[in-house]
Ligand binder design. Sequence first.
Ligand code: PEP
Length: 249
Amino acid sequence: MSGSKRCLIAGNWKMNGLLSEAEEFIAELRENPAPEHVELALMPPFTLLHPMNRPLADKGVTLGAQNVYYEEKGAFTGSICPRMLRDANCHYVILGHSERRSIIGESNAQIRSKLNAAWLHGLEPILCIGETLEQREKGITNHVLAEQLAILKGAPKDKPLTVAYEPVWAIGTGKTATPEMVVETHAFVHEELKRLGKDCRVLYGGSVNPGNAKELMACEGVEGALVGGASLKADSFMQIVEAAAETAG
Ligand code: PEP
């Protein structure tokens, strides 16, 4: 399934999920009706891509991966290339997640190489951008976001892209940006993307949960969410999807 609906709720399982847990998740997911106006996607760890492919497709959930390497194939031990992701039926790939930027040390240049590799093989990148608390307090949020988006300069206009604005200080912390911050920052991100010739969908991410999803999804300029912790259980994931469906409908 390809990403055709404007509102997307994408679950990033990070380094979580065993086969038994995936089976449990899918069994629960089967009990929930598929929403009309919202696209669902799941990014489990690489080991679960093949086993989850068919059952997720049956439920209309798009599959994605959390990372990719930019080389075609060969002697790159431990890496996964775009063709392998396509082989596992992935449509999306998360790039530039703050955990990869800060823990693994991924640079904007590497992320740009990954974008090109993903596009070459028909994947849709979900490009994550976001400021740290220190950067927000210094008042340089827009500058940081513009720098992260600058890797899109000269990128082909016709290639699919989703951007996720994720304030680093809100990821996995239980803190969320206020609706005012979200509206203001999303307006800036949309403006910057238009300037770069990439007028694409922008998600919000950072401690989205069933309790705050409706308020966040109702913010102007927000076209879905990238959800970490709350996507691990089908019940909380589907509550977020329902909240998005209410605002997207
Ligand atoms: C994420 O991993 O992109 C994320 C937003 O995580 P969490 O929802 O747990 O903050």
